[in-house]
Structures are given as C-alpha cells and as structure tokens.
Design a binder for this molecule. Structure first.
Ligand SMILES: Cc1cc2nc3c(=O)[nH]c(=O)nc-3n(C[C@H](O)[C@H](O)[C@H](O)COP(=O)(O)O)c2cc1C
Length: 166
C-alpha cells in the first residue's frame, strides 16, 4: 500500500501535524508540500493537510482539492486558531470536506494551531469582527499544536491506517 502525506502550511503548524502523521504511518510512504505536486497520482491513500483560512480551506488547498480529489481516497487534516470545541468548527470542516469534490473523504483530523504574530497584526486590520476577535485572543493559541495535540494526530494516523488496511 502506498501513502502520500501532502500539506500546505504558511506558518508551520500544519507541517508539524503532517510530520507527526507521516512518522506514524507504517507503509510505503512519501511526504510532499502541496506546491510540489501536480496532482494526486500513484498512491492508494492521500492525507491532505492545510490551515483553515476564513472559515474554510486555505485558497491553494481548496483549488488543489477541487481539481484533484475526484476518485481518490482522502484523509483531511486541518489546523485552525480556534479551540477545537468552538461551535463553528463543524461547519468550517464541512466547507473543507466539500472542497474535495468527487473524492472519498474517509476521515478528518483537526486541531488548534498558533496564530502567528504577523497574521494577528494583519487580522486586526480586518473589517470582519470575528477576525479581529481572533487576533486579540492570540495568546490562547501560543505553542499549538502542543505535544498532546501531536500525539492525538499520531493516534489518528494509526487508527485511520488500521481501518483502511483492515
Ligand atoms: C488569512 C487567514 C485566515 C484565517 N482564518 C481562520 C479561520 O477562519 N478560523 C480559524 O480558526 N483560524 C483561522 N486562521 C488561523 C490559522 O488557521 C491557524 O493559525 C493555522 O494553524 C495556521 O496553520 P499553518 O501554520 O500551517 O499555516 C486564519 C489565518 C489566516 C492567515
């Protein structure tokens, strides 16, 4: 079985999750940045990761999934600045899954990631009060994804692989 872990990450959070997932996979495996890929070919299962941007997948990931997910078995992993328990997350995750048009989305992992200082400064200037509120709560995101969240990602990868192979 051949597995590809593909990710985009502007500030490194999703990359940490990608690497945790990749290390846990016991199979013929590759890890690639999304921008290195022309499409999804030659693997049985694709773990595709990206940050949440404006209540849905980051633009480059959205376009990539819309163009390349069809007919593929896909597992999504996503980082976002909000706490995992936030009421809005499920709707945003739905937006992420919807981008994988025609794909078979087997499962989705998500966790909090640090909001970088640079991004917080940018969001503070937004017209959207929700964006400004996140920027002001940056301190609550510092250090994420932490060791516990990366461990959750590893358990997720292990369980997903077990189910997929079984
Ligand atoms: C333009 C932009 C929009 C964002 N929108 C959201 C959002 O809608 N919800 C959220 O929880 N976090 C949002 N974030 C925060 C990122 O999703 C979060 O910091 C993520 O962990 C970044 O991942 P990365 O380090 O892999 O780029 C946004 C960040 C940026 C730059």
């Amino acid at each position: 079985m051949k597995i590809l872990v593909a990710y985009m990450s502007q500030t490194g959070n999703t990359k940490k999750v990608a690497e945790a997932i990749y290390r846990e996979i016991q199979a013929d495996k590759e890890i690639k940045a999304l921008k290195e890929l022309d499409g999804l070919e030659g693997h049985d299962l694709y773990f595709v990761g990206f940050p949440m941007h404006a209540f849905g997948p980051a633009h480059a990931a959205k376009v990539f999934l819309e163009n390349h997910a069809a007919g593929k078995d896909i597992v999504l992993f996503i980082t976002h600045a909000s706490h995992e328990d936030s009421e809005l997350i499920q709707e945003w995750l739905g937006n992420c899954r919807a981008a994988a048009v025609g794909g078979n989305v087997i499962d989705t992992f998500h966790c909090q990631g640090e909001l970088s200082e640079q991004v917080a400064e940018m969001l503070k200037k937004s017209d959207d009060p929700q964006m400004v509120a996140w920027a002001e709560q940056r301190s609550e995101t510092l250090g994420q994804p932490d060791a516990a969240r990366l461990e959750r990602a590893r358990v997720f990868a292990r369980d997903t692989m077990k189910q997929y192979s079984g």
